[in-house]
Design a binder for this molecule. Sequence first.
Ligand SMILES: Nc1ncnc2c1ncn2[C@@H]1O[C@H](COP(=O)(O)OP(=O)(O)O)[C@@H](O)[C@H]1O
Ligand SMILES: [Mg+2]
Length: 540
Amino acid sequence: MFGKRGVNKGFSDASRPDEKSEPERPKPTPAHEAEERRAAPPPAEAGPQESSPLESAPLNAAEDSASALLEPRSPTPEPPAAPMEDIRPKSAQPRSDKPKRNRSEEYYDVKTTVFTALIDTIDLTQLARLDADVAREEIRDIVSEIVAIKNVVMSIAEQEELLEDICNDVLGYGPLEPLLARDDIADIMVNGAETTYIEVNGKVEPATIRFADNGQLMNICQRIVSQVGRRVDESSPICDARLPDGSRVNVIAPPLAIDGPTLTIRKFKRDRLTLDQLVRYGSISPEGRTLLAIIGRVRCNVIISGGTGSGKTTLLNCLTAYIEPDERIITCEDSAELQLQQPHVVRLETRPPNLEGEGQVSMRDLVKNCLRMRPDRIIVGEVRGPEAFDLLQAMNTGHDGSMGTLHSNSPRECISRLESMILMGGYNLPAHTIREMIVGSVDIIVQASRMRDGSRKITRITEVIGLEGDVVTLQDLFVYDLEGEDSSGRILGRHRTTGIARPAFYERARYFNEEKRLAEALSAGEVLDETGRPLGERVG
Ligand SMILES: Nc1ncnc2c1ncn2[C@@H]1O[C@H](COP(=O)(O)OP(=O)(O)O)[C@@H](O)[C@H]1O
Ligand SMILES: [Mg+2]
C-alpha cells in the first residue's frame, strides 16, 4: 500500500513529514514546461459608447410613431395619486420586485412609442456619461413630458411602472433588473425573449418578465458581455461574462441557440451560507458539521465533489471558515465567488482570450503560479482540467489543507475524473502512478448532491485510504441514507457516521488537538441497528 505522505496518512510528531518529495512524483514534460506565458494586453475595455443605450431601443419601433400614437385609452381606476417626485427614491439601484401584472401587448406598444420619442429627444451617449441618479431624473422628466404631449392616458402608477421599465432599459439590464434585485433567486434562465425561468428555494419556476423581442434581449446580452471586454454575435455566439455584482453569466446566441438568445445567470450570493445554516436546512447533521469543521481546521486536503448547482462552492466556502487567520491562502477561480474571511488572502481569477483570441490565462497557469507565491493553502474554485495535476502536486508538497471542487457524482467517480484530468495534461504516466499520486495527495472527498426535491445534501464524507493493487481504497466516514419521500415530495432520510472510530486522519487531528472532538462527533453520529451495533459502512 502506498504510504500517504510518508506516515500512513497521518503524522505523529510535531514536524511535518518530510517524505513528501515522493520519488514517484512525475515531472512535467519539457513541452509543458515550455508552455508560453505571454504577457498579453488586457482585454479591450468597453467604453459606455460601445454599449450605447441606443442599442436597447426596441428594434421594431415604428418610424412614424408620432402619428400612430396611442389613442386615449379608458383610464384604469387610479390609486390615490402621490406627487410623482415622492414616489420613489432616486437611485440607479435595481428596485425590489413587486409582483408585476402580466403586461398586455398594448403596454409594450405604448412603451415602444414613448421609448422612440425619448431617444429622439435626448442624446443617449451623453446620458450614459451622467451619474445614474441624475440620468434617471433626466429620463423621468422627459418621459413625463412625452406622456403629457402625446396624450397617453395612464394612471400615475402605470406611468411609474413605465418609467421604471424605460430607465431599466436605458441604464441597466431591462426586464432583468427586478430579478437581479431579488436576493432569493439563485439562477435566472432566459430562453429567448418570451420565456424566463428562475430558481427559487431550489425549485425552478417561470418568471413573470418578458423582453420586447429577441433584439432587445440580444442588446442586453451584448451590454453585459461588453463590460468585460467581450462580444457576442453570430460569429462568436458563446460567451461567459460577469455582472458588476459578481454574478456569473453565460450567453449562447442564435444560430446555436435555436429559439433565441439564451442567457443564464448564476446570481452572486452576498451572504454565503454557513455550516450552521446547512445544519438548519437539513443538508448535514450537527455531527457532520463538526466533522467538516475539523477537516477544515486540521489541514486535510479536500476535494468537494458534486453536480452542477449541488452546493460545491458553498461548501468550499464553509470549509474555508475554519482556516486559521495566520495562514496565507491563495484562491484560484474562473470567476471570483469565494468569500474568505481571513485577513491574508490573495484572490486570482482566470482570463478568457480577448477578441483576437489572445491573452488567455488558464486555471493551470494560475495554479502553477501559486506555487511560487509561498501559499500555506491553495484553494481552486473548480478543477476541470490539467490543473488537477498541479493542485495534487501542491497538496503533495507541503501545502496541506488545499482544497478544490470537482464535478462528479460520487467519490469513486471523483477519483477517476481526477485521473482523466491528469491525463488531459498530456502526461504519459501509467495509471498506477497517477493513482499513487491521487492517494498521496487527497485526504477527504466530500460529496454534495442536489436531491430531486430541490434540497441540497452532503451525502458522503469519504477518506482516501490507499491503493490495493490498482484500486484506490475509499472509506466512508459519514453518509446520508435515503429513506423515501413524504406526501409532498420532500426527501426523507438521515445522516449518520459509519462506526469508524479512528479515521486515517486521526493522527493529524491529534496534532491539532482535535482528536477528542473528532471521536465524539464520530460516535454521536452513529445510528445503531437492532442488535445495538452501528450500521457501519452499509451503503445507504
Ligand atoms: N445546502 C444548501 N441548501 C440550500 N441551498 C444551497 C445549499 N448549498 C448551496 N445552495 C444554493 O444553491 C446554489 C448553488 O450553489 P453553489 O455552491 O454555487 O453550487 P455549485 O458550486 O455546486 O454549482 C446557490 O444559490 C446556493 O446558495
Ligand atoms: Mg460552483
